[in-house]
Design a protein around this ligand. Structure first.
Ligand code: ZN
Length: 250
């Protein structure tokens, strides 16, 4: 017996000519990645974000930033995409999904095989010198970084910062613009594991709604946009999204 909300979601997706996904921390918590923007649950709990994760704090005290982000980097070395990531990748490969817009910096969508991923908050795959802009891959620096070293720019000696967007930094313009275009173009926005509290991700579903798109919202807890959703599923995304996909693919 398929739960009615699962059936409603799969029916909506079946009729959609253009579906876009929007994902947040909740899609990666089943993979063991802490929700690092939610104060109660996440990495923020021990730190004041402006003290560690703003661009000004980074320039003054990179060691604080790295002490804060080290547990995340350590988990990223072994974290694997879960069933929800895999479903989105499979939907894309079967032509049922155009893009994933994500608030996550963990690269798990790419690890699952998603190709068009718009990362609103950047990623940790590379790091950039805050003085001269020199960029290099993060992977070779990880062992030193995890053992407590602070990464210096090989060109000028400045601090290297992972390509995640900190407080006080502008979001990557081209990524934001592309995400807005997807929101305007889609017929269905499939929101997975986002509490929709952080801008600009919280605005994208409203942008889609204004153009007549329908929202499917799958999240463990309630969000400010629950009443805007045509289909609302409060459940573990790694369980609910595969149910929707199996019902759709049958
Ligand atoms: Zn430099």
């Amino acid at each position: 017996m398929i739960p009615p909300v699962i059936r409603q979601a799969s029916n909506l997706l079946r009729r959609s000519g253009y579906t876009v996904a929007l994902t947040g921390a909740g899609i990666s918590t089943p993979s063991g990645i802490p929700d690092f923007r939610t104060p109660a649950a996440g990495l923020w709990s021990q730190f004041d974000p402006l003290e560690v994760a703003s661009i000004w704090a980074f320039a003054e005290h990179p060691e604080r930033f790295y002490r804060w982000i080290r547990p995340l980097l350590r988990r990223l070395m072994t974290a694997q995409p879960n069933a929800a990531h895999h479903v989105l990748a499979e939907m894309e490969s079967r032509g049922a999904l155009r893009a994933v817009i994500t608030q996550n910096v963990d690269s798990l969508h790419q690890a699952a095989g998603s190709r068009r991923v718009l990362e609103l908050h950047g990623h940790t795959r590379a790091a950039t010198c805050i003085d001269c802009g020199f960029e290099q891959p993060t992977a070779p620096m990880l062992p030193a970084l995890l053992s407590g070293a602070l990464p210096r720019c090989p060109r000028c000696g400045g601090w290297l910062k992972p390509n995640v967007i900190l407080y006080g930094e502008l979001l990557p313009y081209d990524v934001l613009r592309a995400a807005q275009q997807e929101a305007l173009a889609c017929e269905v926005m499939l929101i997975v594991g986002s509490s929709l509290e952080v801008l600009p991700a919280a605005d994208l579903p409203l942008l889609a709604r204004r153009r007549g798109a329908r929202l499917i919202l799958i999240n463990q807890t309630s969000t400010p946009l629950d009443d805007q959703a045509e289909v609302l599923i409060h459940d573990d995304v790694a369980r609910a999204l595969p149910q929707v996909w199996h019902d759709l693919a049958d």
